[in-house]
Every structure is written in structure tokens, then in C-alpha cells.
Write a protein that binds this ligand. Structure first.
Ligand SMILES: Nc1ncnc2c1ncn2[C@@H]1O[C@H](COP(=O)(O)OP(=O)(O)OP(=O)(O)O)[C@@H](O)[C@H]1O
Length: 470
């Protein structure tokens, strides 16, 4: 969106149009005008306006129809109606059709200014709400992303299980959240579970809950993930990591739509939509006997592929801008840094095995290393010697094993940092570098990274949070 906010004024009387243009321009808005409904519609088709003000009687139709049109096609744009003095019915009708307010003729400029300020506030609230929703957070206009969005819209309406596959950090969880939020279960809970992070002996109790006293440590009744997701969605992340014994129990729960807590006698009905994801090639795992084929067919009714970042490098500018703006806000910077042309070119050339999560980490590090507000290629510290997988066709099916020739070096050497009297800071620097290296080597798969570092998944999550690396 351009920095200057814009307004569309629709009125066939030239004098009124000019008065409105002068008033709104003085308020810092960029104003465009239309004298007819059809002219307004074509302006709306080519621009996204922050506010629209329309007269009721227009030569080729009614401002009411324009309000209906804007409410349907530009729901984020607040629209107000200018009505004849005392015409209460028209004002009420305009509000019913979706106008946020009205102003009567002759237009009182104080009232008009207040109305415009309210409209712009409303606009920014709507934008924030949209940006915070998962669908709003899923950025990218590349053909691959547009196709993905269309599929998400379709599958969101159905209740069928969806199996999402894609490389680490490519956005599988964000896709799952978007499916949940865009469907009829949006008011229910979205419960994500990393199947690789639950110790095998606790799995049954985690999924189905337990009764007090059913095992040592079961001090009270506890509900499981299925019960927590009742009426909503259970997202089985890293589903390939489920032990075979648990796969049988899970299949039963999904088929019967009921679960029995550990130590409990009675079955409990649960109404849960199952979404699952993995970066592994599940079909091959089934062939090799590592994953039950009956569970595979159950969870894989609809299959959805999230493209790796290197297949949508046209999305890089939009992604980088959004990530840098978010980082700037988090660090309290007034203006987000921008990327130099050489930095953007370097990002386009890099294969990003860790996808968008790796891009986020790369930009965060670059922001700290950059001298001024411009990030250069050298600030990115992209791993040297990474054989560009971008030139290799995307692995099919979703195998993500690195090509044999890929060598990835640490983003920074894990060398002893100079303590400068600050031992905690030095330790944190060391920890951060070790974690970054392990993340990169394990293609941003947190389960594997934790194993490589010799710590639990929970400990890794704690450290990532503590070090602000999430
Ligand atoms: N299209 C997108 N636009 C903006 N941000 C995105 C997009 N896709 C993913 N992200 C961001 O990238 C990061 C990784 O996404 P996510 O956790 O959904 O990936 P994942 O494939 O589930 O990762 P993993 O394989 O490690 O479980 C998150 O911070 C997410 O918000």
C-alpha cells in the first residue's frame, strides 16, 4: 500500500466535488473523483482506496448500489454516503447496505473531517485484523502461491483430512492454520502437535488424556489433545515420526471418532478434523514399512504440496519487506532496513534449504550486522559453497534429502567470542552460533536439531525463545 492514504469522492455536482477534494487533500489524502456510478466502479477496479465518499443521487444510478458493490468487492474500504438533509430513511438504508456512516447536505466540514478520521481508523483496524489472521500472514503473489491459496479455499470448506507436505520451514503449519481459520471450524480450537517431540511412553496419554492414578505421576485427570481439539482441528506435525504402535491407536481414534483416556473405562466421542504434515516422503516410508498404509490412506484424503521458497523466488521482495518490517517493529526501529540490489540478487541465487524460516533468520542476523539502513549481500552471510539446488528440479515426490553434492557450511564460525567482561553475553553468543549451525545442518527441522545438539525438543524451544531466535 502507498504511504499516502487515498480517497474516492463520487458526486456529480462540480462545486461539491471541489469542496470535498480541497478538504480531504488538506487532511493529507490523495483524492480521486468520479461523477457517475460507472466511473466510480472502474476507478475501484483499478485502485485500492482507503476511503470512499459517495453522493446518493447520481446520473446513472444510486449511491446505494455503489455501497453494496464496495461492501461486496472491497470489504476493507470504509464507505460513507452524503444524504439530503433530514432523509433518515436513506441514511438507515445506507448503513444497512454496509456504509459505516453518513453525512447530510449541506456538508458541515467539521463533521466531515471527523468522519474521515473515523474511516481511516476503521481502515487500519481492518488491515491489522487481516494481517494477524493466518490467511493475511501467508504472503506471496507467485503463481505457485496463488494456486496454493485457491486449493486452501477449496479444502477449507470440506471436512476431509488433509495431508500437507513440503520442505522444512516452507509454511506447512501456516497452511494448516489458514485451512482451519478459513473453514466452518474457525471458532473451535486449532491444536498443533509435533509428533516427533512427545516421548513414546507419554504419547497415549498426551493424545487421549488420562485418569487420575492410572500411572505414576498421573496426579489428576487430564484431557488429551483430541479432547482439546474437539469441535476444531488437530494438526499432526511431523506425522512420520509417530511410532507404529501409536499409529494403530490413532487410526482407531480417527475411524471411530472416539477416544478412551488412559486408565478410563468409557469412550468419549470427539469431533475433530485431522490435518497432518511432514517434510518426509510418507509414501516411500509406507513402502518401507515405517508407516502404516491404512493410516496413510486415512489422513491423505486430500494431499497438498507447499512449494519450496526456491520455486517462488519472485515472492522474495514481498517476503523480505514484510519480515524486515516485523523485525524493525520488534526492535523498536522507526524505519525498517531495506535490501540492496546485490543482496536481493544473492537471496535469489541461494537455494534456501530451510525455506522461509531460514530467510527470517538470515534477515534477522543481517539486520544486526548491517552498518546502516541498507543491507548488503555481505551482511547476509549466506553459507559459502552451497551447491545451488535451485537449478535442480524440485524433488518429486516431496523427498527433501539434500542432493549429495550439497555442502553447507556454518553461517558463522562457532569460535569463542570475546567476553569483554560479559560472560552471559559471551555464552549466549556461543549458544546462538551453535544452534544456528545445527539448525542449518538439519534443514531447520527442530526435532533433528535438538537431537543433534543433544538436548530435548522442549529445551531447544526454550532456548530459541530465550535467545529471540523463533
Ligand atoms: N507464505 C508465507 N508468507 C509469510 N510467512 C510465511 C509463509 N510461509 C511460512 N511463513 C513463515 O515461515 C516460518 C515457517 O513456517 P511454518 O512453521 O509454517 O513452516 P513448516 O513447514 O511447518 O516448518 P517445519 O517443517 O519446521 O514444521 C513461520 O514463521 C511462518 O510464519
Amino acid at each position: 500500500m502507498a504511504d499516502t492514504q487515498s480517497a474516492l469522492v463520487v458526486d456529480d455536482e462540480r462545486d461539491i466535488r471541489e469542496l470535498l477534494v480541497v478538504t480531504l487533500t488538506r487532511m493529507g489524502l490523495r483524492v480521486e473523483t468520479a461523477a457517475t456510478v460507472s466511473a466510480a466502479r472502474s476507478q475501484l477496479a483499478s485502485h485500492e482506496f482507503d476511503f470512499c465518499l459517495t453522493d446518493m443521487r447520481l446520473p446513472d444510478g444510486s449511491g446505494m448500489d455503489l455501497i453494496t458493490h464496495i461492501a461486496a468487492t472491497h470489504p476493507g474500504t470504509p464507505v460513507a454516503m452524503i444524504t439530503a438533509f433530514g432523509n433518515v430513511e436513506a441514511a438507515v438504508e445506507a448503513l444497512k447496505r454496509g456504509a459505516f456512516d453518513f453525512v447530510s447536505k449541506p456538508v458541515d466540514l467539521h463533521i466531515l473531517r471527523e468522519l474521515v478520521r473515523n474511516a481511516l481508523r476503521l481502515r487500519s483496524e481492518r488491515e491489522t485484523a487481516h494481517a494477524q489472521s493466518p490467511a493475511g500472514r501467508m504472503l506471496g503473489q507467485s503463481p505457485a502461491m496463488q494456486a496454493l491459496r485457491q486449493t486452501i479455499d477449496k479444502v477449507a470448506r470440506s471436512q476431509a483430512p488433509v495431508y500437507i507436505h513440503g520442505e522444512s520451514g516452507s509454511g506447512k503449519e501456516l497452511v494448516a492454520r489458514t485451512i482451519h481459520q478459513s473453514g466452518p471450524r474457525a471458532n473451535g480450537s486449532f491444536v498443533p502437535v509435533n509428533c516427533g517431540a512427545i516421548p513414546a511412553e507419554l504419547m497415549e496419554s498426551e493424545f487421549f488424556g488420562h485418569r487420575k492414578g492410572s500411572f505414576t505421576g498421573a496426579h489428576a485427570d487430564k484431557e488429551g489433545l483430541f479432547q482439546a481439539a474437539n469441535g476444531g482441528t488437530l494438526f499432526l506435525d511431523e506425522v512420520a515420526e509417530l511410532p507404529l504402535a501409536m499409529q494403530v491407536k490413532l487410526l482407531r481414534a480417527i475411524q471411530e471418532k472416539s477416544v478412551r483416556p488412559v486408565g478410563g473405562q468409557a469412550e468419549q466421542q470427539v469431533d475433530v478434523r485431522i490435518l497432518s504434515a511432514t517434510h518426509k516422503d510418507l509414501a516411500t516410508l509406507v513402502e518401507q514399512g515405517g508407516f502404516r498404509h491404512d493410516l496413510y490412506y486415512r489422513i491423505n484424503v486430500i494431499e497438498l504440496r507447499v512449494p519450496p521458497l526456491r520455486e517462488r523466488s519472485d515472492d522474495l521482495p514481498i517476503l523480505c519487506n514484510a519480515i524486515l518490517a516485523r523485525l524493525a517493529e520488534r526492535h523498536g526501529l522507526a524505519t525498517p532496513p531495506s535490501l540492496s540490489d546485490d543482496a536481493l540478487a544473492a537471496l535469489r541465487d541461494y537455494p534456501f534449504p530451510g525455506n522461509i524460516r531460514e530467510l527470517e533468520n538470515t534477515l534477522e542476523r543481517a539486520m544486526t550486522l548491517a552498518d546502516g539502513e541498507l543491507i548488503h549481500a555481505s551482511d547476509l552471510r549466506l553459507p559459502q559453497g552451497a551447491v545451488v539446488a535451485a537449478s535442480v528440479p524440485a524433488p518429486e515426490p516431496q523427498a527433501v534429502a539434500a542432493p549429495a553434492t550439497t555442502t553447507v557450511s556454518a553461517p558463522m564460525d562457532v569460535a569463542a567470542p570475546s567476553a569483554n567482561g560479559d560472560l552471559t553475553g559471551a555464552m549466549e553468543q556461543l549458544e546462538r552460533a551453535a544452534i544456528e549451525k545445527a539448525l542449518l545442518e538439519n534443514r531447520y527441522n527442530k526435532t533433528k536439531t535438538a537431537a543433534a545438539l543433544g538436548i530435548t525438543f522442549r529445551a531447544l524451544r526454550y532456548k530459541l525463545k530465550k535467545l529471540g531466535m523463533e
